[in-house]
Design a protein around this ligand. Sequence first.
Ligand SMILES: [Zn+2]
Length: 421
Amino acid sequence: MHWPPRTDDVARLIDTLRWVVERSPYYRRVLDGAGVRIADLRTYDDVRRRVPRTAKVDLVENQRAHPPFGEFLAVPREEFGSLHTSPGPILIPRLASERGGTPVLASSIRAMGVRPGDVAHVTLSYHIMPGGLRLHRAFEEAGCLVLNGGTGNSRLQVELARAWGATVYAGTPSFLANLGDTARELGLDPRRDLTYRVGFSTAEALTPALRRDLEDTFGIELFDHCGEAQIGPLAGECRAHEGMHLHARDLFCEFLDPETGEPVEAGGTGELVATQLGPRALPLVRYAPGDVFRLLSGACPCGDPAPRVVFVGQVGAIRKIKGVLVHPAQVHRALSEFPDVARFQIVVDHPEGERYDRAVLRAGVSTPPEDPTALVRAIAERVKAVALVGMDVELVGANDLPEGAAAPRFADVMVDRRKKS
Ligand SMILES: [Zn+2]
């Protein structure tokens, strides 16, 4: 997949839309309702301007109204090869020919420097949800010996990883931290007695502080990876660790300005809208899970031409400040380096007669700092580096901010006092 899309990407997209509309009652109705005939679609802009988006709630509601699979289905049940469930709950049937994101994972695994013969320890759940099984298959494809660890049983998992000399960890960063604690409880040294070399971190945010902590504990090189429940794996870090390469191949990915819906160029921040390419049991067209990414510009030192993205956060809480889209999760990531800052609030204002917005970051400290001036300066620098926008930093008591002014929901973080034009 290229961004901006190339002619061959657009041709594949329009071929897929034709296949879907012939078979899926839901999409036939939606496109009829919007007055769209596939024969009239020629360019990417035709598709972007005319084909409606699909929200997660559309899929959930339609499956609820027409159980079990809803009207999205494009094939009869006899053709299903497998069936997955994702939170919602949403039922995702697949054709036997659908590889469910395995090729994307295999590309990411190779970019991490995993080699045939590595011993991969997979600790995502193998039950009901697709994650564990999908990773397992991808590591098998990469020529690894794969341990199906699954979740929980951390003592047994440490013993297994040690006995088999596991060289690759794959799972959430928090479970890796748990394995480190468990190893120490068993009287082991995670660096000496465990042999992890590569860590595939997924399904949770990998903050810079957590990454450093885990790399220190295990002597491991961690790689961030992201995906989405319905459309599967998307992007992963290479050894340059400068953003995640978009490895998705059977997805047409669009990155659109959350406010204007216009395509975003490298350097900008855009909401992901994805269409699954090729025949699918349950096709998704212009599916918008609400995930916002920053697109990095320039070539990656690793030589892989695939576009690079950095996950920013969910679209609901995002605000444009001084022309830059800012998500509370970015600021949270910057603040995670300051353990004393528990809650935070961003107050945006546009003072009368001024040219620019003013943003004040109210950082809630749990204990008064020894050197407030130095702390204010350090926070301002860090936030500017991560969120790419300057803010005036003000220290307040953590209890002076509402409970919702914190991760993971960020409900009370953004306070927008600008007049709506
Ligand atoms: Zn790279």
